[in-house]
Design a protein around this ligand. Structure first.
Ligand SMILES: Nc1ncnc2c1ncn2[C@@H]1O[C@H](COP(=O)(O)OP(=O)(O)OP(=O)(O)O)[C@@H](O)[C@H]1O
Length: 291
């Protein structure tokens, strides 16, 4: 039963409601089969990938998927507001370092869920990360929106051959410099988008927020420099974490655990299951300057 609209994405709509066969509230994501005279393939891809990823802790549970005469649809568990919205609700317009560290640690685990199956996400950003809403899931980060995923490995585990001119996929603000250069995306590009997402949560805005499109790539490269003032503002632990990500090469298979370990001090000893900033009136985001 559909109860209301959550939002309209670029490709379709998301409603919330209930499903007689699933114990939690659900969302129904729909996409017209034919849009502007073209057959939409995004949701078919998302259905397929979500099906394959079921059972992974950082992937939303999908209860049903299919199509009607005019629509493709996915029914999945209802999650909380996305991290971008939780940041906007903060009076300081940012999140505190122990919260960001724990979001990143879980975000890297979510990337491991996707990468270990041979896929890359290609649209990692705060708006595509949500916590659950039940007692068991409210401190578990879920990565959403699998409509831009691509297989980067062959079934035998070798890398797929890079295409000469792949079309742009993703969200420019969070795309790596390689993606600006029109290169085929690889796992390290998902990590760069994750690092930019974390920096935005800490800094209020990314340094290239108001920069014209032609200059964004250079602003990103400036941010990568070890002595970049913006990078240093993210604090000693996060800047080391970013440094490790920015030095990844395109043929690297990044080690998710060692990247997570770089953030363990930044959690301030808080476990992943302890309260996050929005559960404590954004006390940390508003109070602390140094991390
Ligand atoms: N399972 C869910 N529960 C609650 N909210 C969700 C869920 N899935 C997605 N959302 C919300 O809906 C928004 C859009 O979702 P999603 O990115 O999957 O749709 P989309 O049509 O691909 O959007 P876009 O084109 O903007 O990327 C997310 O930012 C998130 O806030």
């Amino acid at each position: 039963m559909i109860q209301g609209l959550i939002g309209r994405g670029g490709y379709g709509q998301i409603y919330y409601g209930s499903d007689a066969t699933f114990p939690e509230d659900v969302v129904i994501k729909i996409e017209p089969i034919v849009r502007n005279g073209r057959t939409g393939k995004r949701m078919l891809l998302e259905q397929k990938i979500l099906y394959r990823l079921q059972g992974r802790p950082h992937v939303p549970i999908m209860c049903a998927s299919g199509h009607t005469e005019h629509l493709n649809f996915i029914v999945m568990q209802l999650l909380g507001p996305n991290i971008g919205d939780l940041k906007k609700r903060s009076p300081a317009r940012r999140l505190g370092p122990t919260t960001v560290a724990r979001i990143m640690i879980q975000g890297i685990a979510a990337l491991r869920d996707v990468h270990s199956l041979g896929y890359i996400h290609r649209d990692v950003k705060p708006a595509n990360m949500c916590f659950g809403i039940t007692q068991n899931t409210r401190h578990v980060l879920k990565l959403v929106d699998y409509g831009m995923v691509r297989r980067y490995k062959n079934p035998d585990g070798t890398r797929r051959k890079a295409r000469h001119r792949p079309g742009f996929r993703g969200t420019l603000r969070y795309s790596s410099a390689r993606v600006h250069d029109g290169k085929e995306q690889v796992p390290s590009d998902d990590f760069v988008s994750m690092a930019y997402s974390g920096a935005e949560l800490l800094l209020v805005n990314l340094p290239w927020k108001l920069v014209c499109v032609e200059d964004i790539k250079q602003a990103k490269l400036d941010f990568h420099a070890p002595n970049s003032p913006f990078l240093l503002l993210t604090g000693p632990y996060f800047s080391v974490f970013c440094g490790a990500i920015f030095s990844l090469r395109s043929d690297d298979e990044p080690d998710h655990s060692s990247l997570q370990a770089l953030l363990s001090e930044m959690t301030g000893g808080k476990s992943l299951r302890e309260a996050y900033d929005w559960e404590e009136n954004y006390r940390e985001a508003c109070g602390s300057e140094d991390y």
